[in-house]
Design a protein around this ligand. Structure first.
Ligand SMILES: Cc1ncc(COP(=O)(O)O)c(C=O)c1O
Length: 285
């Protein structure tokens, strides 16, 4: 089956899907989104993604949007596309209205865009050998915990990394605090324990990050949700990034400096194994 789109319930091949030039998502980035991956025909951590969506909608004052019918549409499109390994993208914007910063009155309802596409898996070579990153000043707005479609700083940082032959950029605050990558959370390992930025307004609280912490702790792996700086990052035994499609990807070099001997380490491998094991157990149950 093809990759599919639904725009306000109207289903079509992705290339034929249309939205008004007055969509506030397009004009202002006035919207929120989610990306959910499937494994063996099931959408994973769906409820967790929907809970984060609720928080994002509330944070941008779109409390009136009802999630349940949207979740049903997502499931329907996912089943209709019948892709073995899919990612479902959902974008909800503040609707269509002539360009004006003020919210449209009366509200004509949101624009709801859903696409179902194939997941392009990260190269096995990247997983096996790890990837290099640059650090990049975090120039994003002050509420990156809200999953809005305003991703220009993320795009600029990602491209800066690619221009330097690296895979991704790691956002660092003006004070040198390490936050996250452009579309993934970041963990540093030191002496067998893991460090990751706490979930405040300065990072996106990743669903994968939360699941990994939940899986690590019962295994006796200490996880500290604490701020750390670039020196700590560069001195870490291991660094890896995590996300819905990234899963667990080792970082072996930052700004040209090798991390932990320049090779992926055992904790990144272990965390990926824990996640995969958990996914498979939940698929088969
Ligand atoms: C900035 C940022 N951080 C972290 C993540 C990882 O979140 P999740 O694990 O929910 O995919 C994403 C995913 O898109 C992201 O854009």
């Amino acid at each position: 089956m093809p990759e599919l789109a639904a725009v306000n319930g109207r289903i079509s091949p992705i290339d034929e899907a249309k939205i008004s030039i007055n969509d506030r998502g397009m004009v202002f980035g006035d919207g929120v989104y989610e990306v959910i991956a499937s494994y063996r025909g099931r959408l994973f951590l769906f409820d967790e993604h929907l809970r984060r969506l609720r928080r994002s909608l509330d944070a941008i004052r779109m409390e009136y949007v009802e999630i349940e019918p949207i979740a049903e549409q997502m499931n329907y499109l996912f089943e209709r596309a019948a892709l073995p390994r899919a990612k479902v993208y959902l974008q909800i914007t503040r609707g269509t209205a002539p360009r004006d910063h003020a919210f449209p009155v009366p509200t004509r309802g949101p624009n709801v865009i859903i696409t179902v596409r194939e997941v392009h898996e990260i190269d096995q070579a990247k997983l096996d050998r790890g990837v290099a990153c640059i650090t990049h000043r975090d120039i994003r707005w002050g509420r990156v915990d809200v999953k809005t479609t305003n991703l220009l700083p993320n795009c600029l940082a990602k491209q800066a990394a690619l221009d330097r032959g690296c895979f991704d950029a790691i956002f660092v605050s003006g004070e040198g605090i390490v936050r996250e990558a452009t579309s993934a959370n970041l963990f540093a390992a030191k002496n067998g324990g893991l460090w990751t930025h706490p979930t405040d307004e300065r990072i996106l609280g990743g669903i994968t990050r939360a699941k990994l912490i939940e899986l690590a702790r019962p295994k006796g792996i200490e996880v500290r949700e604490e701020k750390f700086d670039v020196d700590f990052l560069l001195g870490a035994d291991e660094v890896f990034i995590t996300g819905t499609t990234t899963e667990v990807l080792p970082i072996i070099n930052v700004d040209g400096r090798p991390i932990g001997g320049g090779k992926p380490g055992p904790l990144a491998r272990r965390m990926l194994a824990l996640l995969t094991e958990w996914l498979l157990m939940n698929v088969d149950s």
